[in-house]
Design a binder for this molecule. Structure first.
Ligand code: A2P
Length: 327
């Protein structure tokens, strides 16, 4: 189990050369593959992916963020607060708005395309023979030259029953298309989302390019120790989504108590709990004030006792979709 097994190491972080006292899992013991290092993006820390690419530890989730004005307002607030990573998906229908907002707003902050890390995802309707078309569509919608990280969003195929035996073949075909675009430099890193241990193992056995990232639901009620352990073994970065439990965890009594004791917001506690373990997180908010506050997680540390208390909430509860039945 990962719970309660931490070691401390100093991290030199970003332009300010500020030293942050980090709590990380005992890297040698767990085979944790990702070096925490100064990010090229901002003063925030990043993790090294198996491609050599650096990915910021905190990014803005954009699920349900849509419409050019809302996206622009959120991106503006995020860039101002120091976010340099943005997580989109074909199914969010905001790739075009995100790309436009970034093209317009990066100069305002003296930034260029290379200063930001953009993730998007292949929609389940494009799984299989339409994967190349789907990925090229994401590239065109974002219109940012390349995508830093492109994920297969879901192990299943839209329109097929979850148990349908065509799902594995479609996933393999999608992966081959992503590998091709990765080889062309259009997708700097490729990965998967919502894959179970079985899906991951099958992919590792058949791929030419191993996945750089597995993005999965992760919060104190769903700690995913086996999946994280497998990722560590395969050298795949485990990234969290729904760190706030779609907002519902913000009312959890234990989280409220820890937040009160350390004079932080519940959202900051949940995000700190993830990044303190070296797990990159992607809080979604459309609210500029919350976007700013959610970013204030690199200037405090949760005690080992608080980390353990939060991890002890693990009960396998999902707020989002469950991929375990997908063949
Ligand atoms: P909003 O966009 O109105 O801020 P998750 O990342 O787990 O999916 O959670 C996202 C949800 O949590 C969204 O509904 C978002 O709503 C809400 N949220 C994000 N940050 C905060 C915060 N600091 N306080 C309260 N709610 C938040």
């Amino acid at each position: 189990m990962f719970v309660g097994n931490f070691t401390h190491m100093p991290l030199r972080c970003g332009n300010s050369n500020e030293i942050i006292e980090w709590s990380l899992h005992a890297a040698t013991e767990l085979g944790f593959p990702h070096q925490m290092s100064p990010t090229p993006f901002s003063s925030w820390p990043s993790v090294a992916l198996n491609t050599g690419l650096q990915m910021p530890l905190l990014g803005l989730g954009t699920y349900k963020l849509c419409g050019p004005e809302d996206v622009r307002r959120a991106v503006d607030a995020a860039l101002a607060a120091g976010y340099r990573a943005f997580d989109s998906a074909a199914v969010y229908r905001n790739e075009a708005d995100l790309g436009k907002a970034l093209r317009e707003l990066l100069p305002k902050y003296g930034l260029t395309r290379e200063d930001v890390f953009i993730t998007s995802k292949l929609g389940p309707k494009d799984q299989g023979e339409k994967a190349m078309e789907g990925a090229l569509h994401s590239l065109a919608q974002l219109d940012l030259g390349y995508i830093d990280l492109y994920l297969i969003h879901w192990p299943g195929t839209q329109g097929l029953p979850v148990a349908d035996e065509r799902n594995p073949g479609n996933r393999a075909q999608s992966w081959a298309s992503l590998e091709e675009l990765h080889g062309q430099g259009k997708l700097k890193a490729i990965g998967v989302s919502n894959y179970t241990a079985a899906h991951m193992t099958a992919l590792m056995q058949s791929c030419k390019v191993p996945p750089a990232v597995l993005q999965a639901e992760f919060h104190p009620r769903l700690c995913q120790p086996e999946l994280r352990s497998l990722c560590a073994q395969y050298g795949v970065c485990f990234q969290a989504y729904s760190s706030l439990g779609k907002g519902e965890l913000l009312a959890d009594p234990v989280i409220l108590e820890v937040a009160k004791n350390c004079e932080r917001t519940p959202a900051q506690v949940l995000l700190r709990w993830a990044v303190q373990q070296g797990v990159p997180a992607l809080p979604k908010s459309s609210n500029p004030e919350r976007i700013m506050r959610n970013a204030e997680v690199f200037d405090f540390t949760l005690s080992d006792a608080d980390m353990d208390r939060l991890s002890a909430l693990d009960c396998g509860h999902r707020f989002c979709w469950d991929p375990s039945e997908v063949a």
